[in-house]
Design a protein around this ligand. Structure first.
Ligand code: ADP
Ligand code: MG
Length: 463
């Protein structure tokens, strides 16, 4: 009898015990559908459950009892573990991907994945597309589809937590999925530096080159970490040249534009513009809600457990980046399932208490910075801050006001409506037009450009 079968029988016994001990409803809700064993490994018995909610609930409340019960049926110490149906399916799919005839072949394959240094959970499929990342997304797909041909390098930049690593790794996973023999390598720039230093110290340049030059697709994450590492930049420059000449695909991410990478040699950064540059911005509210919905779907099949207005609430509080948004959702889910609370604004608020409070503090910090910026601008143009932020339409106030709005947008990337709040409640479109007006002035008027640069520096200085 297979281990799994044996444990299936034991589970039926244990389940019977639970049925007697628990309230009827609780038993039905939680345990009724737990009816299969994923696998038995290292004395862990993996039971398949429908979703993350049930998993958490069992783990929080019933696992010790189940394990005690289990112990009465086995000699050695065994423990139950839980796995959601989705996780089990993913694991099976992965195993299948590796299920090749000969063990040798299999070893090579797993080595390939390992060497590529990729996280297989980052895929195009689970990347939610919106205005803020559409171009980056389509460019990445094109690159993954025709590496080395359509855009080389592909340079993706944007603030932290907005999906750069996710997209970049999706490219790698997509390429490998299409052809397991393609050589893909993902590396963080600081890892590249470390590697270089280590191999150089031992003068093992051949080995170093073998790792990095022998690739079809090179993914270099957070290139800004090459800053001030001249030797590594030199080495990366050579690598870049060689791969580029051979039409090997290079994808680079960064927290800023290539031209703003001041501490990286120009010779290198100017080459980043040879291919295609795309940026990723903060997702808007609607997009954030979509992301939450997708993440929720990955966690549970009962997506209507969290009402829409609650999702909207979470999405509206966490407007900064996707990583925070994701973290917030996980926390809410855990909190509500663990304590068996409904998903209401109130429970969400208490679940996120610690996360929201510091955020409000950071809002206060920004508020101070903006106040400072407003006084810098009014001082510069010799008007009062009250006039600057008023609705008065005199020319002498109008231009400084537009400049101030532009600066705030540029420095703090606040939503237009929130900026309007600092100017007697002006609306989204007024602020947007002001920002656009100054942006276009900057292109044609060198005086405006000088003023804005000076002011930007001053605003930065005192904050
Ligand atoms: P970055 O590299 O830009 O700092 P990451 O790629 O690490 O950001 O993204 C942070 C987290 O947010 C990851 O868990 C990622 O899967 C998730 N994420 C970011 N953007 C999206 C998106 N558009 N759709 C789904 N998940 C996203
Ligand atoms: Mg990243």
């Amino acid at each position: 009898m297979q281990l799994e079968d044996q444990h299936f029988d034991i589970w039926q016994e244990v389940k019977g015990q639970l049925e007697m001990q628990l309230e009827h409803n609780t038993f039905q809700e939680i345990f009724e559908s737990v009816d299969s064993i994923f696998k038995v490994k290292n004395n862990y018995i993996y039971l398949i459950v429908d979703n993350e909610f049930i998993k958490k609930r069992i783990e929080m409340l019933y696992l010790p009892r189940m394990n005690r019960e289990l112990q009465r049926h086995v000699e050695e110490k065994h423990e139950y573990r839980l796995i959601t149906r989705e996780q089990a399916e993913n694991a099976l799919a992965q195993e299948k991907a590796f299920s090749i005839s000969s063990p040798d072949e299999m070893a090579t394959k797993s080595q390939i994945y390992h060497q590529a240094n990729l996280n297989p959970t980052y895929t195009f499929n689970n990347f939610v597309v919106g205005n803020s990342n559409r171009l980056a997304y389509t460019s990445s797909i094109k690159v993954a589809d025709q590496p080395g041909i359509v855009a080389n390098p592909l340079y993706i930049f944007g603030d932290v937590g907005l999906g750069k690593t996710h997209l970049m790794q999706s490219v790698g996973n997509y390429v490998l999925e299409g052809d397991i023999n393609k050589r893909v390598l993902y590396v963080k720039a600081d890892q590249f530096v470390e590697d270089y230093v280590r191999y150089a110290a031992k003068k093992k340049f051949n080995e170093f080159n073998k790792i990095y030059r022998d690739v079809d697709v090179l993914l270099v994450d957070d290139i800004q970490f090459l800053a001030k590492k001249e030797k590594s930049q030199e080495e990366f420059f050579k690598l870049f040249e060689q791969l580029h000449n051979q039409q090997k695909q290079i994808v680079i991410t960064s927290d800023r534009k290539a031209s703003d990478l001041k501490d990286i040699m120009n010779r290198l950064t100017s080459r980043f513009a040879w291919g295609v540059t795309v940026d990723i911005n903060r997702p808007d509210l609607e997009h954030r809600i979509k992301i939450l919905e997708k993440k929720l779907m990955a966690e549970t099949s009962e997506t209507d457990l969290v009402p829409h207005h609650v999702m909207e609430y979470i999405a509206s509080v966490f407007d900064n980046n996707v990583r925070e948004l994701e973290g917030a959702l996980k926390r809410v889910m855990f909190y509500c399932t663990a304590f068996n609370y409904d998903f209401t604004i109130e429970t969400v608020e208490s679940a996120l208490e610690n996360l929201i409070k510091p955020k409000q503090n950071s809002k206060d910090i920004i508020k101070d910075k903006i106040q400072n910026c407003l006084s810098v601008v009014s001082e510069y143009y010799n008007i009062t801050t009250t006039d600057l932020t008023s609705k008065k339409r005199k020319r002498m106030y109008l231009f400084p006001r537009q400049v101030a709005m532009y600066l705030i947008k540029d420095l703090y990337a606040l939503p237009y409506k929130r900026i309007g709040g600092y100017f007697s409640g002006r609306d989204h479109s007024t602020v947007m037009h002001s920002v656009e007006k100054i942006s276009s002035d900057l292109q044609v008027d060198s005086d405006v450009k000088k003023d804005v640069e000076k002011l930007k520096q001053k605003c930065g200085e005192n904050s």
